[in-house]
Design a protein around this ligand. Structure first.
Ligand SMILES: NC(=O)c1ccc[n+]([C@@H]2O[C@H](COP(=O)([O-])OP(=O)(O)OC[C@H]3O[C@@H](n4cnc5c(N)ncnc54)[C@H](OP(=O)(O)O)[C@@H]3O)[C@@H](O)[C@H]2O)c1
Length: 431
């Protein structure tokens, strides 16, 4: 009997699309052995089909406009590897699902924004919508939650979801170089895009967190504003002080259910240098799941780049070829609930503050008084005077307190005549 041939269209032939094509061609026998089906790339599309590319593709495969793909003959699976939450990527994915074609995408922006509508369409039309590559590429976290951890009631999911920022923070720690120098190095090595703003400001991590918490908690994708802070204001001084105090600084994405309400946060954290996450360095990602009955489970691996992303895409492909038409978010849209938002101002944590002040008599008592006025008690205080310019830096570790009190404290400090600039405030997370 002739093996069944499955026709594939790849829309987007950049970093990911072209590498994925190579890996797919290399893996054909492996895929056939494991699924009994042979994937065949019938069409490829990109913005400029005349562009010089490293891989030679027969002219007959090129499709000028990717939006024509869903109405072309015999397309079984569309790979959307264009990117962006709007425009061609969005139109293509909606149109493919409407035409009852399976979709595999690496597009976190699209899934975080339209995942609910897309999942509804896929479910209604009984086709797959797979997106393992959209979160933490080489870490098979989505399939792990949907399948491997199916028996668990998850109450918290958190970790390092952005390789670029993890590379920057860990390189600063190891090389003692400044943020700007390390960012340049990350760009040279291809670990940061030319415009890395959505990595640095936490938005990339927040999109991934929205996707993960929907699957982990069987809920619709939250439209809530996630507490999102990036790493742009972390400087080497903070990393060195944190180290002396027994911590490392990591950009964490955290989603948990507290008192039956959902709290999602992305921000830099001081974490114990002995914790597992503190030792996830470079471009690695790691995700921790706290669930019952499993307890704590940790997955780690390279988060991005063509290799890990292609590995996730092939995994999605095999799932489709095996005929696993699952609910895209693990359960039917009928069962996905909305979870009320936890009031983030009631979030409780200890914190690290670095306050740059004028080095004058009375400064320390003025600053500590501001803490007392805002009901925040100090656990540790280090004062570093810089004799040359009559400035000093005060490092404070606080006892646990409420987010709203920290907000008030920061406001009061900004009005304090001795304080020279906005203090650096980093939450301490128990992980
Ligand atoms: N890079 C990573 O490490 C990584 C990791 C995980 C997920 N992802 C996701 O994978 C997707 C692709 O990323 P990438 O790094 O491969 O991006 P990329 O290198 O910029 O490639 C984008 C591809 O889409 C094509 N394209 C752009 N606009 C188009 C349009 N209007 N019509 C048709 N084709 C269009 C481009 O065509 P031309 O070739 O003609 O310019 C190019 O082939 C994104 O969703 C991204 O978030 C990337």
């Amino acid at each position: 009997m002739k093996p069944e041939k499955i026709n594939i269209a790849i829309a987007g032939f950049g970093n990911i699309g072209s590498y994925f094509y190579k890996i797919l061609e290399k893996n054909k026998i492996n895929i056939f052995n494991k699924t009994g089906k042979v994937p065949f790339v019938k069409y490829i599309s990109a913005r400029n089909i005349n562009k010089k590319r490293l891989i030679k593709i027969p002219k007959s495969k090129w499709v000028k406009n990717p939006l024509n793909i869903p109405s072309m003959d015999n397309v079984d699976i569309v790979f959307e590897l264009i990117g962006g939450s709007e425009g061609v990527a969005k139109k293509l994915v909606f149109s493919a699902l409407k035409n009852k074609i399976h979709v595999i995408t690496a597009n976190k922006a699209l899934m975080a924004k339209y995942g609910d509508q897309l999942a509804y369409l896929a479910e209604k039309n009984k086709v797959n919508l797979e997106y393992e590559a959209s979160v933490a590429g080489g870490v098979p976290i989505i399939r792990s939650i949907k399948d491997g951890l199916i028996a668990n009631k998850i109450n918290k999911i958190y970790g390092i979801l952005n390789g670029t920022t993890n590379f920057i923070l860990s390189s600063m720690d190891i090389s003692k170089k400044k943020f700007s120098e390390v960012l340049d190095k990350a760009k040279k090595l291809g670990f940061a895009e030319n415009n890395p703003i959505s990595d640095l400001n936490g938005n990339d991590s927040a999109a991934k967190l929205r996707i993960l918490s929907s699957i982990a908690f069987n809920k619709t994708i939250s439209k809530n504003k996630i507490l999102t802070e990036g790493i742009q204001n972390i400087n080497l001084t903070d990393i060195l002080h944190a180290k002396k105090l027994g911590y490392k600084i990591k950009l964490l994405s955290i989603s948990e259910i507290k008192n039956k309400k959902l709290i999602e946060r992305v921000h830099p954290c001081l974490i114990s240098k002995h914790s597992h996450l503190a030792n996830i360095d470079g471009v690695l990602n790691a995700v921790v799941i706290d669930g019952l009955p499993i307890g704590r489970s940790i997955l780690q691996g390279e988060g991005a780049g063509p290799g890990p992303t292609s590995s996730a895409l092939i995994s999605d492909l095999c799932s489709v070829l095996k005929g696993n038409i699952q609910y895209p978010f693990g359960v039917s849209y009928l069962l996905r609930k909305k979870i009320a938002k936890f009031d983030v101002s009631k979030h409780l944590c200890s914190s690290y503050l670095r306050i740059e002040v004028k080095d004058l008599p009375g400064v320390l008592s003025s600053v500590t008084k501001t803490f007392a006025n805002n009901k925040i008690s100090i656990k540790n205080l280090i004062q570093n005077p810089y004799k040359k310019n009559k400035k000093a830096s005060i490092i404070i570790i606080t006892h646990e307190n409420l987010e709203q009190n920290y907000n008030n404290l920061l406001l009061s400090l900004s009005k304090n005549k001795f304080v020279l600039k906005k203090p650096t405030f980093i939450r301490i997370e128990k992980v």
